[in-house]
Design a protein around this ligand. Structure first.
Ligand code: SF4
Length: 395
């Protein structure tokens, strides 16, 4: 382990009076440059249903007007691809597409976007007889033929299962290893127009994973993010803490702040991103320390077009209110909008809720406590939370 962030490391130990940016190679994404001496690019993702073209174009324009350098869109089906062509015609924003298991869609989306994000952990599900290398080669080919960049987007909730098993309780090494493995694959294919992200919902792990990766691959631009950071106040605090430590030491060429907010407030992700950058470069130290993010911890995804029910943001807020009495307890609760990253993230939390179209799945680690309607779920969640506190002898 090259870096070990001590529990006692306080953010005050690093005062970025003059943060010195490292110089990575430059990755061109449409008209935007990431890396080199370019300004840090702030980006976000649409949370409207991709097939609702009107709403999606409206959100892209709002994000662009707020200063988003790149806007990401989720594309999961051929129907999503068809509307992507229409979306492309109606905006000049620099677009990135978010692929999940369906890696073959890369060929269909590449003509309409400037960057393709794939998650290495999701390349193990479809067509298992085909090697991961061949799947990456397919994506890289599509990107190269259509002038697209790539993001290798490693996510803690969906890391390569073989790497996760190999490292046991160490959840940082599998992320770093996965990113390194995919850099090697792309380098071997002669494709160097890529950036990397290593996201976790724990800001401390984000700092360590990114520092370790940056020390090993200093030339590769990093996209920073604390995934599922949560509702605005705590979500911003966690993100600010991680970004402060990374940006102050020169790491981070582009970033996204993930906040659980309704669609009308989505531009908050952009304004918060710019504010954090400004504060870091003005030497303002965050008020929160890692220790303060370690009591009751609510993780919630920022939602995207895959969200199963629009009641999700309201659900996350109701879970936060219901949990107020437990704030002194060391408990992680994850509230997730769909099954894509939902089960992975809820398995890691003490209690988890992941949304289906009509029901919410209530989990205690990987044990399913039941599926309840959006009306029924809160009392059931409160029962489970009380039971957990009692079982731990903390009531
Ligand atoms: S968990 Fe699902 S809804 Fe939430 S951001 Fe991830 S993919 Fe989107």
């Amino acid at each position: 382990m090259l870096y070990n962030l001590s529990m006692h490391e306080r953010v005050q130990d690093i005062t970025p009076e003059k943060p010195v940016r490292r110089i990575t190679r430059v990755v061109k994404v449409g008209k935007v440059l990431i890396g080199g001496d370019a300004l840090i690019v702030v980006q976000s993702m649409t949370a409207t249903k991709t097939q609702d073209v009107e709403a999606t174009v409206g959100q892209i324009k709002a994000l662009q007007a707020a200063g988003a350098g790149i806007v990401r869109i989720a594309v999961d089906s051929r129907r999503d691809v068809e509307v992507l062509a229409e979306i492309r015609e109606r905006t000049d924003a620099v677009l990135s597409v978010d692929l999940q298991e369906n890696w073959r869609l890369a060929l269909l989306v590449a003509p309409y976007v400037n960057k393709i994000r794939y998650n290495p952990g999701h390349l193990h599900h479809h067509e298992r007889d085909k090697s991961v290398r061949d799947k990456v080669a397919f994506i890289a080919d599509a990107a190269a033929n259509h002038n697209c960049a790539i993001r290798i987007g490693v996510n803690c909730g969906s890391v390569d299962p073989e790497l996760a098993n190999r490292f046991g309780d160490d959840t940082i090494s599998p992320m770093v290893e996965s990113a390194l493995e995919h850099c090697q694959i792309l380098d071997g294919l002669g494709f160097d127009r890529y950036v990397v992200s290593l996201k976790d919902s724990d800001p401390k792990k984000v700092v360590e994973a990114n520092r370790r990766f940056a020390s090993l691959m200093p030339d590769v631009p990093l996209h920073l993010g604390v995934t599922e950071a949560g509702l605005p106040i705590l979500g911003e605090a966690k993100t600010r803490l991680a970004f402060f430590l990374l940006l102050a030491s020169g790491i981070g060429e582009t970033l996204r702040v993930s906040l659980t907010v309704p669609n009308r407030l989505k531009t908050l992700e952009i304004s918060t991103g710019y504010q954090i950058i400004k504060d870091v470069f003005e030497g303002k130290v965050p008020q929160t320390t890692f220790g303060e993010t370690e009591g009751f911890n609510l993780i919630s995804c920022p939602s995207c077009s895959r969200v199963e029910n629009e009641a999700f943001v309201d659900l996350a807020e109701r879970v936060a209110e219901t949990s107020a009495f437990a704030r002194e307890h060391q408990i992680d609760v994850a509230v997730m909008g769909c099954r894509v990253n939902g089960p992975g993230e809820t398995d890691r939390a003490d209690l988890g809720l992941w949304c289906g179209p009509t029901h919410v799945n209530l989990m205690q680690k990987d044990k399913r406590l039941g599926a309840f309607t959006y009306e029924e779920i809160i009392p059931r969640y409160k029962e489970a939370l009380n039971r957990l506190i009692t079982e731990r002898g903390e009531s």
